[in-house]
Design a protein around this ligand. Structure first.
Ligand code: B12
Length: 384
């Protein structure tokens, strides 16, 4: 009989290529996932995001990846969780302010995941298969397909929780036109009555089991367009990119097997004064691999200014210098967040002093004016 692809062999190949677990499922639509995406959309909990929300039907029907697709080989790759308590640095104003970067971007995790998936695709292609790699992409809901492939359960925090590895994983798939037999025991919910992620989420974004309100999720707000919502600026603390709280606090992750030491190629934290001192080109060179709204460096400055307001030292002259620079930025988004940071650091004189007159110039959406109004600052427009 002809040799056929085998799940055990796929797992072994995956392991050699840096993947931690591999499962297989069919290409039938995942209707529960479609319903979940549509419900979030209908109730506005998706906060205008596109991703899988753009086309829920496509994102939950792997057979649409290409005509003739028959199986989805789904893989997980672990990454290193953060090693310190976020609050350790968040409340210190005596050190140069640091912005914390979520663990999954501290190394090139998606590059490493892709390498593993390429090894699986190569194995499948040796059988004459057509295969296509899909990961972190609008075409497929990764967690839903992984759950159906038996790689974990979908937790209260919406993360895919693997029984051995917890949630510090990235997920990707190889869709193929081969039929691959898969047998596994469906995993039951392992969260039980635990509510830690819901109770401790800094903004209350996870009140209902398995439902994330993206309007409140700091990870999303850091990536969303427009002003950073005022009501969540203090809660942002020192998070500069992503938020790991619902994973850090999860007891399943306490018991998870230690990760293999992925080489950390990027800094876990960013000096926000250095960031705010950088040119557009430097910012895109250093952080261009992040998801930045409209690819506009002003959004990096917006986020850094909120972190600066939360964690900067009011006595540091460098903080004053950088705030003054940002208050005279050409970009109203930067100026309005600089007003917030200065006022939060009780630097009223920076806002109402010499720079005041230029603050309101070129404020097409009125965001600088709105920020000043929030602080009860009125400008003497005659002095402009
Ligand atoms: C949009 C998106 C976000 C958004 C919204 C997240 C969300 N919870 O919806 C934002 C920007 C907030 C975000 C944040 C993060 N994300 Co994200 N994100 C995505 C993306 C692109 C789509 C997710 C999605 O479809 N959301 C829609 C909602 C409705 O989905 P959901 O809440 O997960 O619900 C699913 C299940 O409930 C399932 N379902 C419901 N009922 C049933 C029943 C059955 C039987 C089954 C099988 C399934 C099922 O269907 C739903 C749709 O998949 C995926 C990549 C991808 N293409 O899938 C990555 C992804 C989910 N993100 C990931 C990561 C790592 C993160 C962060 C940890 C990053 C960070 N540190 O900041 C945070 C975690 C926050 C959180 N708790 O989700 C990983 C998750 C890995 C894992 N182990 O779970 C993914 C899979 C990327 C990847 N390929 O590795 N993310």
């Amino acid at each position: 009989m002809d040799r056929v692809p085998d799940l055990e062999e796929l797992k072994q190949i995956g392991r050699k290529a840096g993947l931690d677990d591999v499962g297989v499922t069919g290409v039938e639509p995942i209707l529960e996932a479609r319903q979940a995406i549509e419900e979030r959309k209908a109730s506005g909990l998706h906060a205008g995001m596109t991703f899988t929300f753009g086309n829920p039907k496509r994102a939950t029907d792997p057979s649409l990846i290409f005509e003739g697709a028959k199986s989805v080989v789904v893989a997980l790759r672990r990454y290193k969780p953060p090693t310190w308590d976020v609050s350790e640095t968040a409340n210190r104003r005596d050190v140069s302010p640091k912005g914390i970067v979520a663990a999954y971007v501290r190394s090139d995790e998606y590059g490493l995941l892709r390498q593993g998936l390429e090894a699986l695709a190569e194995y499948l292609n040796a059988f004459g298969a057509r295969s296509e790699i899909v990961m972190d992409d609008n075409r497929l809901a990764d967690r839903a397909v992984a759950a159906r492939a038996g790689l974990g359960w979908l937790g209260r925090n919406t993360m895919l929780l693997h029984p051995k590895f917890g949630s510090w994983t990235t997920i990707g798939s190889v869709v193929t036109d081969l039929s691959i037999a898969a047998e596994f025991d469906k995993l039951d919910d392992g969260c039980g009555s635990c509510r830690r992620c819901s109770d401790d989420c800094p903004t209350g974004a996870l009140d209902t089991f398995g439902v994330l309100d993206a309007n409140k999720c700091l990870a999303w707000l850091l990536q969303a367009k427009g002003i950073f919502p005022r009501e969540y600026r203090s809660a942002l603390g020192d998070r500069l990119y992503g938020c790991d709280d619902c994973q850090r606090l999860c007891p399943i992750n306490d018991d998870a097997l230690n990760t293999h030491d992925a080489a950390l190629s990027r800094e876990p934290e960013v000096d926000v004064l250095v960031l705010l001192n950088s040119s557009d080109d430097e910012l895109m060179k250093n952080y261009g691999h992040w998801y930045i709204p409209r690819r506009q460096p002003a959004y990096l400055r917006r986020n850094a200014l909120v972190v600066l307001g939360n964690t900067g030292s009011p006595d540091d002259p460098e903080v004053d210098r950088i705030l003054s620079d940002c208050l005279s930025s050409d970009d109203a988004l930067v100026r309005s967040h600089a007003v917030w940071a200065a006022m939060r650091l009780k630097k009223n004189y920076l806002v109402t002093g010499q720079l005041a007159a230029s603050l309101l110039q070129d404020d097409p959406d009125g965001i600088v004016k709105a920020e000043l109004d929030e602080w009860g600052i009125t400008m003497d427009t005659n002095s402009q």
